[in-house]
Structure formats: C-alpha cells, structure tokens
Unconditional design. Structure first.
Length: 95
C-alpha cells in the first residue's frame, strides 16, 4: 500500500498556497469578465499561441492517443488534424 509522508503533504500544501497566492494577486487587477478571459486584450500572438499549445498537451496526448493509435491504427491521428482545423478557424475569425 502506498502512503503519503509528511514531506509529501508539505510540498502539496506549499504548492497549493503558491498557486492560490499567484491567482489572488493577479485577480486584483481583473474588473470584468472580459478582462479575465481576454487578459484585457493586452496579450500578443506568441503568448496566445503558446497558451493554446500548452492547454492542448496533457495525459490525453501522452497516453490516450498512443493507446488509441495502437487500438485503431493511424486513424487516431485524425483527431489532431481536426484540432488543427478548429484552431485555424478560431485564429481567422476571432483575431
């Protein structure tokens, strides 16, 4: 059986406190939902692109799509091509 030690709990609590502190610090400057969701329209395209890329990478890509490709073959890559088309659509019509 796996147990969590005291140092593990301290690291988790410390991480949560840091994340909450950063969130509260930056939330002070956001007055409207537009400021929150669009970052006050102050971000440039490299930051927006990196944000889209970072939010698209996760366990689903590392494990899920590899397992799906093993199960059904290369057709699993269609998921990524459709995602590319959707992101291009968003870029053309919303920027």
């Amino acid at each position: 059986m796996i147990s969590i030690g005291g140092i593990d709990i301290a690291i988790i609590i410390g991480y949560l406190l840091i994340v909450i502190s950063i969130g509260l610090y930056f939330a002070r400057n956001e007055n409207t939902s537009e400021d929150f969701f669009l970052a006050g329209r102050k971000l440039t395209w490299p930051f927006i692109g990196l944000s889209l890329f970072a939010s698209n990478i996760g366990t689903e890509h590392l494990v899920g799509l590899a397992g799906e490709a093993y199960r059904v073959g290369l057709v699993a890559g269609g998921y990524e091509w459709i995602a590319c088309l959707c992101l291009l659509f968003l870029a053309v019509f919303f920027f």
